[in-house]
Design a protein around this ligand. Structure first.
Ligand code: SAM
Length: 334
């Protein structure tokens, strides 16, 4: 008898950058306790203008990017955010989404939808105005909730509610936040605090996935959570099939207890044109010159060069790597 050859597992081929998170501005009107120390922690001196952005967007598409998320900083602080979304939709990206803190969403939800924005994520960590004020260092919850209402009326293809869970702050609010989201047709998602930038100071206040899930277990099926194909790192668990919320679901993003680098196809573009292949390091290179000279082919070349710096997802442990401490999510596009 022949001995069967030992088959080595195939190393997955290196993925191309299929999705990009584009930081329209590094400006933000909040200072969330896990994101930045205060509102005077320094802004970029020079940002891309709309024409340079058009070249950047074309270059991303030419380099293979098909899904785009507009983020920041706070993207709705940019005076041309609606025109920017229109410019994005002139290019045949398959998916165009935006992440916002919703402080300006009341006036902008409908114009953004009209400009062609497909999906929207809103970050709201608590439904308690005093806690919201504390967690955001000065934010007003009422305006944010009016923004959420406007978004639900605007008819986006999908609305998500992102909640960063901080022990001793909002960790007892999970069920209320799930019900708030489900009542409005939104998908609630709970994020572990990642030890990036300011988040490293909250290492002892991370609420791990297992604990988050246990707090709302009575609302959910027992099955293990699953990822949506071709989307980000979130894993989803369906609501109980025998209850009134059947068909709804809850997402978890476990950037600390379970890093998720294998298969990451995400590139980040900062508002000054800097390209970063990974959230957890400041490695990368600039494509500002190429974008400002409206040379999309040269931008695509820079994307490929930046992508060579992508850490090996089989060994790299994302936000738990030491390099993550020096990263500002606000500056590079969260
Ligand atoms: N201003 C927008 C917003 O608030 O959604 C977009 C930018 S913000 C940096 C993007 C997301 O990053 C938000 O959902 C925020 O809560 C999350 N975030 C920032 N720092 C984080 C950290 N240390 N751990 C986990 N999530 C974090």
């Amino acid at each position: 008898m022949y001995a069967l050859p030992i088959l080595k597992p195939h190393r997955a081929p290196r993925v191309d950058p299929r999705s990009a998170r584009v930081s329209l501005t590094d400006l933000c009107d909040l200072a969330c306790i896990y994101c930045r120390p205060h509102k005077r922690d320094g802004y970029l001196e020079r940002r891309l203008g709309l024409e340079a952005w058009r070249s950047m967007l074309r270059g991303l598409f030419e380099a293979g990017v098909r899904r785009l998320r507009v983020t920041g900083g706070e993207p709705l602080l940019h005076p041309q955010v609606v025109a920017f979304v229109r410019a994005v939709r002139e290019i045949p990206f398959e998916d165009v989404a935006l992440t916002t803190n919703a402080t300006r969403l009341e006036a902008l939800a409908a114009p953004l939808r009209d400009a062609g924005l497909m999906r929207l994520n809103v970050s709201v960590d608590t439904l308690d105005p005093a806690r919201f004020f504390r967690m955001t260092r000065g934010g007003r919850l009422a305006a944010v909730l009016r923004g959420v209402d406007a978004a639900t009326r605007a008819g986006f293809d999908e609305l998500k509610l992102n909640v960063v869970v901080v022990r001793g702050e909002n960790d007892h609010e999970l069920e209320d936040l799930v019900r708030f989201a489900w009542d409005r047709g939104m998908i609630p998602r709970f994020l572990e605090v990642m030890p990036i930038g300011e988040g490293q100071n909250l290492r002892d206040r991370v609420v791990p996935y297992g604990e988050m899930r246990a707090r709302i277990a009575h609302l959910l099926e027992e099955a293990p959570p699953v990822k949506d194909p071709d989307r980000g790192p979130a894993k989803y668990t369906p609501a109980r099939a025998d209850g009134p919320d059947a068909g709804k679901r809850v997402g978890f993003i476990t950037g600390t207890s379970d890093t998720f680098c294998g298969g990451c196809d995400r590139l980040r573009v900062a508002s000054d044109g800097h390209l970063r292949p990974c959230l957890a390091t400041n490695d990368g290179l600039s494509a500002r010159h190429e974008a400002e000279h409206e040379d999309s082919a040269a931008v695509a070349e820079r994307v490929h060069e930046a992508w060579k710096q992508k850490p090996d997802g089989d060994t790299w442990k994302g936000c738990t790597e030491a390099t993550a401490r020096d990263v500002s999510i606000r500056k590079i596009g969260g």
